[in-house]
Write a protein that binds this ligand. Sequence first.
Ligand code: GLP
Length: 250
Amino acid sequence: MRIYLTEDYDAMSRRAANLISAEVIRKPDCVLGLATGSTPVGTYKQLATWNQRGDFSFKEVRSVNLDEYKGLAPTHDQSYRYFMQDNFFDHIDIDVKNTNVPDGLAADPAAECARYDELVRSLGYADLQLLGLGRNGHIGFNEPCDHFVKETHVVDLTQSTIDANARFFASADDVPRQALTMGIGCIMAARRVLLIASGADKADAVYNAFCGPITPYCPASILQLHDDVVLVGDKAALSKLIAAGVPVCE
Ligand code: GLP
């Protein structure tokens, strides 16, 4: 595992964008696993700037997103499909037909989960999977529980996630209680995982994920078993790792 320490959120975003653009330049038809949340917004903005400048193209890139709220239409401004269009896809030259987000409105959510697993498998899994990190250690919407769930599945969101994501909705009552999420199997099948973290409120989760025991109670801790993980975090998010003497590069 390689850990990059950056000064702040903007520097974290640029470093992550550099790593993603390197992958797209190396393999123009790569499969990118993409994430939502506030953390990747700066990364997407930086990538869009370089793409618009003509530095590289997303025309042949395929993408698979991690998750979607159950019950939200793609046109709902808090759906993850809307987020991806608004923060990334509408600003780059990717072919929207090559982008994939689970369908939050599927009449048969279990069938949609099975379809999504098969889709990711048929694409050969992600060449690079971008991940944010929940304050409770979740990745995608794989919430802490007593076992790792391998397949794409419908998950009950924990109160901590509902509270954390309430800031995007009118009130906590409006946050959907369930989501469809890629499971740990597809995430671990990615050839490289890039996890980004910013801010002091992620310091415990980062520490538990990379220094704590490997346990489904901290889903991100499974990444300790992946042989190509890059963590890019700012000083605040990495503070506990650094205090524990974990070596980092700048
Ligand atoms: C959501 C998403 C995750 C994301 C997490 C952290 O719950 N499902 O993929 O990593 O929130 O979000 P943020 O980056 O806003 O802290």
